[in-house]
Design a protein around this ligand. Structure first.
Ligand SMILES: NC(=O)c1ccc[n+]([C@@H]2O[C@H](COP(=O)([O-])OP(=O)(O)OC[C@H]3O[C@@H](n4cnc5c(N)ncnc54)[C@H](OP(=O)(O)O)[C@@H]3O)[C@@H](O)[C@H]2O)c1
Length: 329
């Protein structure tokens, strides 16, 4: 065992090469876990190189092929693991077929992973990465905007269908399916619901949310205009909170994971003051979106402390410059 770390046992992380999962694996390896990561294409050296560079990876990381849409695909990866962090899920805007591109892999894929968990006698707990979009997409008449939304809030399926916003719909339905399956099958499940994740990307090819941020820093307005009001959280905090709710025996249910909720104009003004030489848009078009805030006291009650919006963007921008996505300024 490297660096005299005591092994904490083996855990599985699905979607290992992704933005969040890569950082989660970094944190798990640093704290002494053996990790089995699942990837769709284990032969793609370029996509996996950043994982093999992580401290402890050569000794304690194993990568296994698995696909959400292949029944039984996760059996081998999950067998013998004490914990399963299910992070893989499509984060994209579907081009033509939302059911095939995003809803089925998210919902049926989650059930597929959970069936493999059910067959694993070593399993202690599953931590599912859900999203604040499974909490905050509500009809304005349906909640009191003066009361911050907490874990008892569920986004409206009907509203997502009406607005044709498939990603939030996929996260609501996948999380619900997970709760139902785990209750029926006696699986210990905890879910983490991050807001928009900001931080240094380990994968050199940016995922869709990280490229939205790059766009914003280069002056694009379109995507952030649509965001309206949004919560933000540091990538490292999302990884650490996954590990905290896995390790803390008393953790249960859902955990909103968010540092700050801001209107996009507040975000733009904060960023343009902090990074005056970047062409950050000065103002966004005003959209009629309901005001909301998020209550994160449940995660904080486990002793968790969130990094600030400044820290998230400082770390994110430094890494974008480092990887050559953004010119030094
Ligand atoms: N980024 C955010 O702001 C944010 C906020 C809240 C929640 N989340 C959640 O965090 C998790 C990770 O997202 P991310 O931001 O890290 O995005 P990401 O980098 O795009 O990661 C998504 C991962 O899912 C995998 N995946 C997609 N379809 C798959 C399939 N059919 N079979 C197996 N794996 C599949 C992808 O694998 P490939 O690499 O092979 O494509 C990728 O590794 C997701 O559950 C997402 O909903 C993200």
């Amino acid at each position: 065992m490297d660096r005299k770390l005591e092994s904490k046992g083996r855990v599985c992380v699905t979607g290992a090469s992704g933005f969040l999962a890569s950082w989660l694996i970094k944190r798990l390896l640093l704290s002494g876990y053996h990790v089995t990561g699942t990837v769709r294409d284990p032969g793609n050296q370029k996509k996996l190189a950043h994982l093999w560079k992580l401290e402890g990876a050569k000794e304690r990381l194993r990568l296994v092929k698995a696909d959400l849409v292949e029944e039984g695909s996760f059996d081998d990866a999950i067998l013998g693991c004490h914990g399963v962090f299910h992070s893989a899920s499509p984060v994209l805007r579907p081009s033509s077929d939302p059911k095939k591109e995003i809803l089925d892999p998210a919902i049926e894929g989650t059930l597929n992973v959970l069936r493999s968990c059910k067959n694993n006698p070593s399993l202690r707990r599953v931590v599912l990465t859900s999203s604040s979009s499974a909490v905050r997409v509500r009809d304005p008449d349906d909640f009191d905007s003066n009361i911050p939304l907490d874990e008892s809030s569920w986004s409206s399926v009907e509203l997502c269908e009406k607005l044709q916003i498939w990603y939030p719909l996929s996260k609501i339905l996948a999380e619900r399916a997970a709760w139902d399956f785990c209750k029926e099958n006696g699986i210990d499940l905890v879910t983490v619901l991050p807001t928009f994740v900001i931080g240094p990307s380990l994968p050199p090819d940016l995922c869709s949310t990280a490229s939205d941020i790059l766009g914003l820093l280069k002056g694009e307005t379109e995507k952030f205009n649509w965001h309206g009001r949004m919560g933000y959280v540091h990538l490292d905090d999302v990884a650490l909170s996954h590990i905290l709710v896995y390790e803390q025996q008393s953790a249960h249910g859902r955990y909103i994971c968010s540092s700050t909720v801001l209107d996009n104009n507040e975000l733009a003004s904060l960023l343009s003051t902090r990074y005056p030489s970047l062409p950050i848009p000065e103002r966004f078009e005003h959209l009629e979106r309901p005001y909301y805030d998020l209550n994160t006291s449940k995660l904080k009650s486990l002793g968790f402390k969130f990094k600030t919006i400044q820290e998230m963007f400082d770390d994110c921008i430094a890494s974008l410059v480092d990887q050559g996505h953004l010119s030094p300024f």
